[in-house]
Design a protein around this ligand. Structure first.
Ligand code: AMP
Length: 485
C-alpha cells in the first residue's frame, strides 16, 4: 500500500490531460472532428466524445475507450449531423472513469445550448464549486469543467461571450477550451497559455484544436496558435479575437515539449521532434559517458536518443522493442494494471545488447517503474554496462495543470537523490538534463530564475498560479453515485 499523503489534500484530486477539437461551417463536421480526435489520441485514451449542431438541435455521442473504437460506423456518425462540432479525448487518473465525466459537457442556458471541451486543470475548482453548491447549483459530474457551466449559467451578463469571460475571470489554473453554441464556436487559452491550442482552416471552415497533428490528418491549414489569454469567437460573421484578461507573462508547459505533444506537431511555432533532438544533444553535452551504443526507451525516448547519439557520435540502436498495441503506461488508472502494462509494452532486442556498454535514453522518470524493468531487461540480455540519461530534470513535484504526475510522495525524485535513484534503478550511472539545458534546447536561452519562460513546476515547484484548492485544503464535495458501464 502506498504511504499516506503528507500533503494537505486528498489523493483523488482531479487530473485531466486531454485533446480538444472544434470546427465551424463544414458539412462533414463530425467526421472531421473524429479524425482530429484520432490524431490527438496520445493526449487521452480513456474516453472520447463529440457534440454537433445542425441549426436546430445539438447531438452527442460519448463513449469510454478509443476514438477509433466508437466513432467508426455509419450508424454512429449519422447520429451526429450538422456543420459545426466539437470533440474531446479524455485521460484522467481519478477513479472516475464514468460516462458522465466524459466530455464535451452540454447544458441548456438562458441563451440556448452550449457544449464545452476542456484541456487543463483548474486549481480553485473545489473552492468555486463549494460556493456554487451553497448557492443551489446541482452538479452532475466530478469534472472541474462543470464549474464553468455553472458560472456561465449564473452570470449576470447577457451575451454568451461576456458570460464566458465573466466565468473565466473567477478561475485559476490551466485551460484550453473549445465551446459550441447555436451560433458560435469559441476557443480560449488561459492567460498563462499553459496548454496548447491552435487555429487552422479546412477550406473556409475554421478549426480550433490542441495540436497541429490534428490539422495534418485532415489536410487542413495551420493559421496560428491561439495566444495566451485570447478568446477566439467564430460565427457566420467571421472570426473575432478578444483579449479580456490583464496581460501576464506566458508560461507554456515545458513538459509538452519533453513528452506530451506529438513529435510531428508544431507547438508555439516550434517543431516538437526538432526540440526533442536538441534536448538529446544538450543531454549528451552535459553528461556523456563512454559507451558502445545509444538505446532509446521507445517511443518517447527516440528523438532525444537520436539527438544524443548524433552529438556524441556513438551508434544509435533499437535495443528495446515496443509493442504498439498497448497504450501509454500511465493511462491505465490502477497501480496493478500500470505495472502489468510496463511488462507488456517493452522487450529487449537481445542479440544487439549482448556484450555492449549501453546508454539508455528516456524522457522522464516518474515512479521509476519503467526504468527498473527496462534496466533489468537490458542487463539480462547481456549488456556489460547500463547507463541511463533522462532528457528532462528530475520530476520532483506534482503537476496541478493537467499532466498526470502522481502525488509528490510517489515521485521517485522527491524521495531520493540521483545516486540513490541510480542504485534503486540498478544502473551504473544516472544523469538528468539540467533545467538550463532544457531551456537552452527549447528556447535557446538558459532559464530565467526570476521569470521562467515556461511552466516547469514539475521540475522546480515554481507554480505559476495560486493553488487555492490544495493550499487551503478545501474538502471534496464529490459524493456522486458511482455507475457501472
Ligand atoms: P515511471 O515508469 O513511473 O518512471 O514513468 C516514466 C515513463 O512514463 C517514461 O518512460 C515516460 O515516457 C512516461 N511518462 C512520463 N510522464 C508521463 C505521463 N504524464 N503520462 C504518461 N506517461 C508518462
Amino acid at each position: 500500500m502506498a504511504p499516506a499523503s503528507p500533503l494537505p489534500f486528498p489523493r483523488t484530486r482531479p487530473q485531466e490531460e486531454c485533446g480538444v477539437f472544434g470546427i465551424f461551417g463544414h458539412p462533414d463536421a463530425a467526421q472531421l472532428t473524429a479524425l482530429g480526435l484520432h490524431a490527438l489520441q496520445h493526449r487521452g485514451q480513456e474516453a472520447a466524445g463529440i457534440v454537433t449542431y445542425d441549426g436546430h438541435h445539438f447531438f452527442t455521442h460519448r463513449a469510454l475507450g478509443l476514438v477509433g473504437d466508437h466513432f467508426n460506423t455509419r450508424a454512429v456518425m449519422d447520429q451526429l449531423p450538422g456543420n459545426a462540432g466539437i470533440g474531446h479525448n479524455r485521460y484522467s487518473t481519478t477513479g472516475d472513469t464514468l460516462l458522465r465525466n466524459v466530455q464535451p459537457i452540454f447544458a441548456d442556458f438562458a441563451f440556448g445550448g452550449m457544449a464545452i471541451a476542456h484541456n487543463g486543470n483548474l486549481t480553485n475548482a473545489r473552492a468555486v464549486r463549494k460556493t456554487l453548491v451553497a448557492r443551489g447549483c446541482l452538479f452532475q459530474s466530478t469534472m472541474d469543467t462543470e464549474i464553468i457551466i455553472h458560472l456561465v449559467a449564473t452570470s449576470l451578463y447577457s451575451t454568451v461571450v461576456d458570460r464566458v469571460i465573466d466565468a473565466l475571470r473567477q478561475l485559476e489554473g490551466a485551460y484550453s477550451l473549445v465551446a459550441l453554441t447555436q451560433k458560435k464556436l469559441i476557443g480560449v487559452r488561459d492567460p498563462l497559455g499553459v496548454r496548447p491550442l491552435v487555429l487552422g482552416r479546412m477550406g473556409e471552415a475554421p478549426i480550433l484544436c490542441s495540436e497541429t497533428c490534428a490539422l495534418d490528418i485532415i489536410g487542413a491549414t495551420y493559421i496560428r496558435d491561439v495566444e495566451p489569454g485570447e478568446i477566439i469567437v467564430i460565427d457566420d460573421d467571421g472570426l473575432r479575437s478578444i483579449k479580456p484578461f490583464a496581460p501576464t507573462r506566458q508560461r507554456f508547459c515545458v513538459f509538452e515539449y519533453v513528452y506530451f505533444a506529438r513529435p510531428d506537431s508544431v507547438v508555439e511555432r516550434r517543431n516538437v521532434y526538432e526540440i526533442r533532438k536538441r534536448i538529446g544533444a544538450e543531454l549528451a553535452r552535459e553528461s556523456h559517458v563512454a559507451v558502445d551504443m545509444v538505446v532509446p526507451v521507445p517511443d518517447s525516448g527516440v528523438p532525444a536518443a537520436l539527438g544524443y547519439a548524433e552529438e556524441c557520435g556513438v551508434s544509435f540502436d533499437l535495443g528495446i522493442i515496443r509493442n504498439h498495441y498497448v497504450g501509454r503506461t500511465f493511462i491505465e488508472p490502477t497501480d496493478n494494471i500500470r505495472h502489468f502494462g510496463v511488462r507488456l509494452k517493452h522487450n529487449a532486442n537481445a542479440g544487439h545488447l549482448a556484450g555492449k556498454r549501453v546508454v539508455l535514453v528516456d524522457d522522464s522518470i516518474v515512479r521509476g517503474t519503467t526504468s527498473v524493468k527496462i534496466v533489468e531487461m537490458v542487463r539480462s540480455a547481456g549488456a556489460t554496462e547500463v547507463h541511463m540519461r533522462i532528457s528532462s530534470p528530475p520530476t520532483s513535484s506534482s503537476c496541478f495543470y493537467g499532466i498526470d504526475t502522481p502525488e509528490e510522495e510517489e515521485l521517485l525524485a522527491s524521495r531520493m537523490d540521483v545516486d540513490t535513484m541510480a542504485r534503486y534503478i540498478g544502473v551504473d550511472s544516472l544523469a538528468f538534463l539540467s533545467p538550463d539545458g532544457l531551456y537552452r534546447a527549447v528556447a535557446g536561452t538558459p532559464r530565467d530564475p526570476e521569470h521562467p519562460q515556461f511552466c516547469d513546476a514539475c521540475f522546480t515547484a515554481a507554480y505559476p498560479t495560486s493553488l487555492t484548492d490544495y493550499d487551503g485544503c478545501i474538502p471534496e464535495q464529490l459524493t456522486l453515485l458511482t455507475e457501472s458501464h
